[in-house]
Design a binder for this molecule. Structure first.
Ligand SMILES: Nc1nc2c(c(=O)[nH]1)N[C@H]1C(S)=C(S)[C@@H](COP(=O)(O)O)O[C@H]1N2
Ligand SMILES: [Mo]
Length: 319
């Protein structure tokens, strides 16, 4: 881990809030990975909620990096700076606003062009498929990024279990529609529920996972509890949260963001430093917790695994 992470002092004001105070020993044990985010939390507007409590086994991730050598973002960064429009457009408000989100009981319907449609209770899904650790970069279309240690399982395993028919060409994902839980869904301005999609071969790629945890703990509400998509070579908005339905379909599905602004947030949305967003450059990014910008990598650095999926396509048209 980089020195500037180690040298940031842990402010006592970051330790005293109730959740941390109650579990101070674990907090100190995990301090190696929490120090960077103490700064971020210190900058948060007051009243934006208490810092999230790091899971007990977070310490075992101390010093880990992605395969390119970049340090993990802290649990606090990952759980206090969120895009989740069903709660708020303000990233720091999502954590406090989602604190009481009820993610159990929870079912995921897998249906459409499949031989064996099935509805899975979340606890069965987690038992059926071994949970793997995946450290992935998350690159938001807004030009910030994080490195996140997810737990989850390949989407391909679930799709194979329901046996897509030969007509199935795309996969459509849908977020829970319930304005009593996701308050902004009562605002008619947006095309709720949030939906996303992948081409079937993208969905079958081993990098695509359904995440159920991070830092060794179940996903917290703000990151998409109890289950969300992670496709690290694509912009973050493809990673739909709180999934209740996965459908195999024969035509390219409409997505939440492409419905709002098709020229800005297209279906493919592969990370590409050479294709600027209509309103800003995508050449570089702000890694949360770092002071200097990083160059953005094509396919977010995962080209070896996924570039073949797009051979012969005009990636400039893929926004
Ligand atoms: N249902 C739903 N899923 C969503 C979003 C959202 O607003 N609603 N935001 C997306 C965006 S823009 C990003 S960058 C990622 C952020 O994930 P994180 O908050 O876990 O970092 O979630 C994506 N998934
Ligand atoms: Mo995003």
């Amino acid at each position: 881990m980089d020195n500037k992470y180690k040298s940031v002092p842990v402010l006592s004001s970051e330790i005293t809030p109730k959740p941390l105070y109650l579990n101070r020993r674990d907090f100190l044990k995990a301090a190696g990975i929490l120090t960077g985010s103490a700064l971020l939390a210190a900058c948060a507007p007051s009243g934006s909620g208490q810092p999230a409590q790091a899971p007990e086994d977070a310490a075992k991730y101390a010093g880990k990096t992605d395969e390119l050598g970049a340090p993990l973002n802290s649990y606090e960064d990952i759980t206090n700076y969120n895009n989740y429009y069903e709660f708020s457009t303000d990233k720091q408000s999502v954590a406090p606003m989602s604190a009481n989100f009820k993610s159990h009981p929870w079912n995921v319907e897998v249906s459409g062009l499949v031989n064996k449609p099935q509805t899975f209770a979340i606890e069965d899904l987690v038992k059926m498929f071994p949970q793997e650790d995946r450290i992935y970069r998350l690159r938001c279309v807004e030009a910030w990024s994080m490195v996140i240690p997810w737990q989850g399982f390949p989407l391909a395993k679930l799709l194979k279990a329901v046996e897509p028919t030969s007509d199935a060409k795309y996969v459509r994902f849908t977020t829970l529609m319930d304005s009593s839980q996701l308050p902004a869904e009562s605002q008619p301005f947006y095309p709720w529920p949030y939906q996303e999609g992948l081409r079937l071969d993208e969905a079958m790629n081993d990098l695509a996972i359904l995440a159920t945890g991070l830092y060794g703990d179940p996903l917290p509400p703000q990151d998409g509890a109890p289950i969300r998509l992670v496709v690290p070579w694509k912009y973050g908005f493809k990673g739909i949260k709180a999934i209740v339905k996965i459908e195999l379909v024969d035509t390219q599905p409409d997505t939440f963001w492409s419905t709002i602004a098709p020229n800005e947030y297209g279906f493919y949305a592969n990370v590409n430093p050479d294709v600027p967003h209509p309103r800003w450059s995508q050449a570089s990014e702000r890694r949360i917790g770092e002071l200097t910008r990083r160059q953005t990598l094509k396919f977010n650095g995962y080209g070896d695994q996924v570039a073949h999926l797009y051979e012969g396509m005009d990636l400039k048209a893929n926004y």
